[in-house]
Design a protein around this ligand. Structure first.
Ligand SMILES: [Zn+2]
Length: 258
């Protein structure tokens, strides 16, 4: 989860300079664990022995937050009813018990209904300086505009991991059909490949053919051919890595010889 360094750094620096907003909406698709991110930040803010950007996860406060028994921190996620929002509003009249700031996470903020939202809104509108809200939502468009307007939005993009998986799939698919590809198809593949992807494609190709050298059921190429192909891919890889060679040409030539 520390992939979200940028967002974490932003909050940490706001916290350290006493500039945390009263309420944030953390927006990102389901695949982004926004709750884990927010809890981690709450731990950092209360940690007795934090590093520059992260909590220790071992001190009393960190452990209490992990157990859900830290008095000035609350996660609201299942019950988003008007009654719950009223209860919250009444609680927040009092300052935090022990900590400097009281943190509140409201998960699934897009599911808050209008009536409950209007109560929450009153809480958000009266900034009691020592309460900090994190509303978590999968999409900012689903959050009621009145609520959204009171919050600072912090976006989390579906992580690079998925883009990387997609890319690996495309490369793998192309490589597994390489034998049957025409020259035109090979060239058009290179043409459509962004220059900064050449390197990761070659890495994928090397991995792919290294696997095939050991795979006796793979009959597209003879073992001897596979060894040569692998050698050529490695050569292109180091060429692109080390020199000012025409990268596209190097890639085209390598594919031409497969
Ligand atoms: Zn700690």
């Amino acid at each position: 989860m520390f992939k979200y360094d940028r967002q974490n750094k932003f909050l940490v620096e706001s916290f350290k300079s006493n500039k945390l907003a009263h309420s944030y909406i953390l927006v990102g698709p389901k695949s982004v664990d926004k709750k884990e991110f927010a809890v981690n930040f709450v731990k950092f803010a209360n940690c007795q022995n934090p590093s520059q950007f992260f909590p220790c996860d071992k001190c009393d406060n960190c452990l209490k937050i992990n157990k859900g028994s830290f008095i000035d921190f609350k996660i609201i996620e299942e019950d988003l009813s008007i009654a719950k929002m009223r209860e919250l509003k009444n609680e927040l009249i009092f300052p935090p018990y022990q900590a400097d700031l009281r943190f509140l996470i409201i998960n699934n903020a897009e599911q808050i209904k209008e009536d409950a939202a209007s109560v929450l809104l009153k809480t958000l509108e009266e900034p009691r300086k020592r309460n900090v809200f994190f509303l978590l939502a999968n999409s900012v468009y689903q959050v009621l505009p009145t609520i959204k307007s009171r919050c600072q939005i912090l976006k989390f993009n579906p992580f690079l991991k998925e883009a990387k998986e997609k890319e690996e799939f495309i490369f793998g698919d192309f490589l597994s059909k390489l034998k049957s590809k025409t020259i035109i198809e090979k060239f058009s593949f290179v043409k459509n490949l962004e220059e900064e992807k050449y390197f990761s494609f070659l890495e994928e190709a090397i991995k792919f053919f290294q696997g095939k050298v050991r795979d006796d059921s793979f009959r597209d190429y003879s073992k001897k051919e596979l060894v040569i192909i692998l050698k050529n891919f490695k050569k292109a890889h180091s060429l692109i890595n080390k020199t000012n060679a025409n990268q596209r040409l190097a890639l085209e030539n390598t594919l031409l010889n497969t």
